[in-house]
Design a protein around this ligand. Structure first.
Ligand SMILES: Cc1cc2nc3c(=O)[nH]c(=O)nc-3n(C[C@H](O)[C@H](O)[C@H](O)COP(=O)(O)OP(=O)(O)OC[C@H]3O[C@@H](n4cnc5c(N)ncnc54)[C@H](O)[C@@H]3O)c2cc1C
Length: 486
């Protein structure tokens, strides 16, 4: 436990603890080090939208996460200062106003954040401040894990093997005592205007999530207790609550991956039957580190094909198809269910993310970036590394990607992973009355079955926007352009 020195011994000049994507008290190495230094603290969050590009669902999440962090700090008698604008000048002003001598933060790995942080570090050091940064977001820093020849990993399996050889540090406890620095004027959370108002589309998010450290902890505990055992068998079934749903909490650092790692290991230490499922879960968690590793070493991952041969791909401009995809009205029930789950809750099951992304890229030939940008706006877990690496994985243009010519058949995927159509029935209720066979391909249902279910294709549910088999041939033909230059 951290014990701060006596008040008498406390240095007068405060330290700044700059919260970013580490909105928690536990396992927060920067906060712990700042508290341990014994100086009074100025805890601050800066809404720096030049660097922090936020989609709508992320904005909603951030509002509630900041409210939760503010309340948690308040319990320790320390306010969370909120400011809006370019972080560099704000921090400089804060240091000048309060006489702060030190600045603490946990590292971010997005290229724009890295560039900004480097500038701030240099400028603050020049002004005589001590600047200390830490790892709160990853199991292992991207520069700590490399191939035998010192290169960054481009393939997941050897990355995972190498990661398993590392000692993952145990999570840190929350600081026991925090001491508030001088009073500083700041802004009210409401002035950030992060919540949607006209219209307020966030009702589904409110039902689905509890942003903040408490919510994250509860989610992990429930997952480990109730679902870890069946994770390998059920993690691909979207109708089952079999995955952790920790992704938005991890994105905002309401829980750290090392906490997840250690709690999972503890779960299988006390129950050896869970070793296999625990390892399977940790392997998925490691994909998050792998994506961050890719983004760190290839910062253009968000905007450029990782495999440049894909620059030759003849993408289509299918506005109508794209709109239908966004709205969950493609006529392919599993795709539509996923897109509606996303719109309603700000989250989509991983298997369905793959199916929906594949449909946009391969059946509609729409550029992966358009889909990734839509996900960016609508996902509560929108994460630069995970989102763009995953889209490029599906497109075939990414590192260790699924080969382009492996094209998901949305009907077969649906039959395999949602055999009873439970997921479809939940998110596409107009199809709920169809039998288990036809619910995956309603356009092939006999008139009588449609009539019994009260559906007319084209009136109550759309006809497919493309024929999958024709689209597949078209995609493979388009792929020839990539093959010619690779
Ligand atoms: C097209 C597409 C876009 C995606 N966009 C995002 C995104 O913006 N943000 C995001 O966090 N994940 C993204 N993913 C990865 C994955 O779908 C989600 O992390 C996962 O569905 C989150 O649910 P969960 O927390 O229940 O996962 P669990 O199965 O419980 O996994 C635990 C944690 O491991 C990490 N993880 C699991 N799978 C992956 C993966 N394939 N890649 C990277 N990390 C993973 C996540 O942090 C997740 O919370 C995307 C996947 C695809 C196919």
């Amino acid at each position: 436990m951290v014990k701060s020195p006596d008040a008498a011994a406390r240095p007068a000049s405060p330290a700044i603890m700059w919260f970013r994507q580490d909105l928690r008290l536990k396992d927060n190495p920067a906060l712990r080090a700042a508290a341990h230094s014994g100086t009074p603290l100025l805890c601050i969050f800066i809404l720096d939208e030049e660097v922090m590009r936020l989609g709508g669902a992320s904005r909603w999440w951030l509002h509630h996460s900041l409210a939760a962090l503010g309340a948690a700090l308040e319990k320790h008698g320390v306010p969370l200062l909120l400011k809006r604008g370019a972080a560099g000048p704000i921090l400089e002003e804060l240091a000048a106003e309060t006489g702060a001598r030190a600045l603490y933060w946990n590292r971010c790995y997005e290229p724009a954040a890295i560039a900004r942080d480097k500038k701030i570090k240099d400028a603050m050091k020049e002004k005589g401040l001590e600047v200390k940064s830490f790892n709160a977001a990853l199991l292992c820093e991207p520069w700590e894990i490399a191939t035998k020849t010192g290169e960054p990993f481009k393939v997941f399996t050897p990355f995972w093997k190498a990661l398993q050889q590392k000692t993952i540090p145990a999570p840190l406890p929350a600081p026991e005592e925090l001491v508030a620095g001088p009073k500083v004027e700041d802004e009210a959370l409401e002035t950030f205007a992060l919540l949607p108002s006209k219209p307020d589309w966030a009702g589904g998010l409110k039902e689905a999530w509890q942003p903040g450290e408490e919510g994250a902890r509860a989610r992990l505990a429930a997952f480990l207790d109730e679902h870890l055992r069946e994770y390998p068998a059920k993690r691909d079934l979207p109708a089952q609550p079999a995955t952790s749903r920790l992704s938005p909490h991890l994105h905002w650092g309401e829980i750290g991956p090392r906490q997840v790692w250690s709690a999972t290991e503890a779960a299988f230490a006390s129950d050896a039957m869970q070793t296999k499922s625990g390892t399977a879960f940790l392997r998925e968690l490691a994909w998050r580190d792998f994506s961050h590793n890719l983004l760190y070493h290839w910062p253009s991952l968000e905007s450029e094909n990782w495999k440049s041969a894909f620059d030759a791909f003849p993408w289509a401009k299918d506005e109508k198809g794209f709109k239908a995809w966004c709205a969950g009205k493609t006529g392919y029930p599993i795709v539509d269910a996923g897109m509606r789950e996303l719109w309603h809750t700000g989250w989509m099951h991983n298997r369905v993310r793959m199916i929906a992304a594949s449909f946009l890229i391969k059946d509609l030939l729409v550029h992966w970036k358009e889909g990734a940008d839509w996900f960016w706006d609508t996902l509560a877990d929108a994460d630069l590394a995970n989102n763009y690496a995953s889209w490029q994985w599906v497109a075939g243009s990414g590192a260790d990607a699924s080969p382009y010519f492996r094209i998901f058949n949305p009907v077969l995927q649906s039959e395999k992973f949602d055999p009873k159509g439970a997921y479809i029935r939940k998110w596409v209720p107009e199809l709920a009355g169809l039998d288990d066979k036809h619910i995956h391909r309603p356009w092939e249902a006999p008139e009588a079955a449609l009539e019994k279910a009260g559906i007319k294709i084209g009136r109550d549910y759309p006809a497919p926007v493309v024929d999958h088999f024709e689209a597949r041939d078209r995609a493979l033909e388009a792929y020839q352009a990539v093959k010619r230059v690779s």
